[in-house]
Design a protein around this ligand. Structure first.
Ligand SMILES: C[S@@+](CC[C@H](N)C(=O)[O-])C[C@H]1O[C@@H](n2cnc3c(N)ncnc32)[C@H](O)[C@@H]1O
Length: 435
């Protein structure tokens, strides 16, 4: 794949890949060089179309576009969907992006300074000194409750809300989306108190952090990248906010030549938490009911998004290996006397996860051209009471039962499981649609 990269760093973004890819990215996203490897291996060229049904922050789409290859992305999380849309839009004017953003930053800085608030590094050290908390802008209660506690301190939040209000004045501008994504990037990068290790958590609380300068720095980076990107091929890219278990209605029959994707794994990772700060501040989730609706459109990969009426498990009812695995997890729970609500859901989540993957693999079949190749990057897991879940092997078994040919299960890298100290395999399940 990239033979000179070691296991620990194979997932990193290479410096030469940064334009567009580094605008906003999940910590665990697969790297662009993995996409390149499979584009080459599958013989994909500029006459073809690539699909990423779990496109997240758009690595497959951006990399395909850089190679002049058409692509379609599907993503259910609105923040990730937005990031993919912006990262594949290279038509904006770099001059307009810079000029309009400098203007917004100037107006926001003037307003803050009139309140005695300075956005530079020195002011950041002073924190709330001399500023009354009740004078600061805050989020409405129902939005504040959606945030991870302390994920942003009151003063940086105030400055962000002032910036957002000025930005709204540019809502009709062609560069508005890029400006907002640059803010999302600055929020997770330096404005908030988040750390990613790789799970999202709240780190050291900063009383203050530069907001306008952090945002402008990312805007400038985007603008520089746009000049580089505009000199590359570019190719059309469409991104749909849809549920990958039900997409046949948005994609033309037999139009997809390759799928390169990484679905969630059954590992308790909650992608709505990873993106919560910027999703709430940019207005993608406004209350608990919107959060719930979003979670319901996701594959059931963690116990926090399992609901009473869920029935994806019916897709794997006749799969003895999945049933045995779920039974084994439940038996271990009983044996260990684990009784929390989440632990009771481990077996059900496992069935729902593989059922959802079966539903997805069945659903996309009409969209695939005969002979299309597919690469699914998935990881083994031991998050459920240390029972090993061989995700790649199980997805390969489900896919072959649905008419796919299993070509290979490639090892991408291994990761240390904190619970068991085992090395978990992250694999690429390579399939071919026989038609
Ligand atoms: C492992 S991440 C993909 C990361 C991606 N390769 C990237 O470059 O950022 C999996 C993504 O699948 C999305 N997802 C989960 N369930 C989905 C569903 N049913 N339909 C569409 N997207 C879904 C999650 O929101 C998440 O963004």
């Amino acid at each position: 794949m990239k033979p000179n990269l070691k296991n620990g760093s194979i997932n990193y973004l290479l410096p030469e890949d940064r334009p567009a890819h580094h605008w906003y990215r999940f910590v665990l996203s697969f790297p662009p060089h993995l996409v390149r490897h499979y584009l080459t291996r599958f013989g994909i060229n500029t006459n073809h179309c690539v699909l990423d049904p779990f496109c997240g922050t758009g690595t497959t789409l951006v990399e395909s576009k850089k190679h002049g290859i058409r692509s379609i992305g599907i993503e259910a999380n609105p923040m990730a969907h937005f990031a993919s849309c912006v990262k594949t839009d290279w038509k904006v004017s770099h001059e307009a992006l810079l000029a309009e953003s400098e203007e917004v930053a100037r107006a926001a800085r003037n307003e803050l300074e009139s309140q005695g608030i300075h956005d530079d590094a020195q002011a950041a050290l002073d924190g709330l000194d001399g500023i009354a908390t009740e004078e600061l802008l805050a989020l409405p209660q129902d939005r504040q409750e959606l945030l991870l506690k302390d994920s942003i301190s009151p003063l940086p939040l105030h400055k962000t809300l002032v910036l957002l209000r000025h930005l709204q004045g540019c809502a009709d501008s062609p560069v508005y989306a890029h400006q907002r994504l640059a803010l999302a990037k600055a929020l997770v990068d330096s404005i908030g108190n988040l750390h990613f290790g790789p799970e999202v958590g709240v780190g050291k609380l900063k009383p203050d952090a530069p907001v306008l300068s952090a945002w402008v720095r990312w805007v400038r980076q985007f603008a520089d990248d746009i000049t580089v990107l505009q000199s590359q091929h570019g190719a059309h890219s469409e991104v749909y906010r849809e549920d990958a278990r039900q997409i046949a209605h948005v994609i033309e029959p037999q139009s997809i030549d390759a799928v390169i994707t990484s679905p969630p794994y059954p590992n308790e990772k909650d992608y709505t938490r990873t993106t919560r700060l910027e999703s709430v501040l940019l207005g993608f989730i406004r209350d608990k009911s919107e959060l719930r609706a979003m979670k319901q459109s996701l594959l059931r990969s963690n116990t926090r998004n399992v609901y009473v009426g869920d029935d994806d498990d019916q897709w794997v009812e006749s799969f003895p290996v999945i049933q045995q695995l779920a039974d084994q997890i439940e038996a271990r729970r009983v044996e260990l006397g684990k009784t929390s609500g989440f632990e009771r859901l481990y077996a059900r989540t496992t069935r729902l996860y593989f059922g959802g993957m079966a539903r997805h693999l069945a659903d996309i079949r009409p969209c695939l051209r005969q002979g299309a190749y597919l690469a699914y990057v998935v990881g083994d897991q031991a998050s459920y009471l240390r029972i090993m879940i061989r995700t790649g092997e199980l997805i390969a078994a489900i896919a072959t039962s649905l008419g796919y040919e299993l070509i290979d299960i490639d090892l991408f890298r291994t990761r240390l499981a904190t619970a068991t100290r085992d090395q978990l395999r992250e694999e690429v399940v390579v399939l071919r649609w026989k038609g």
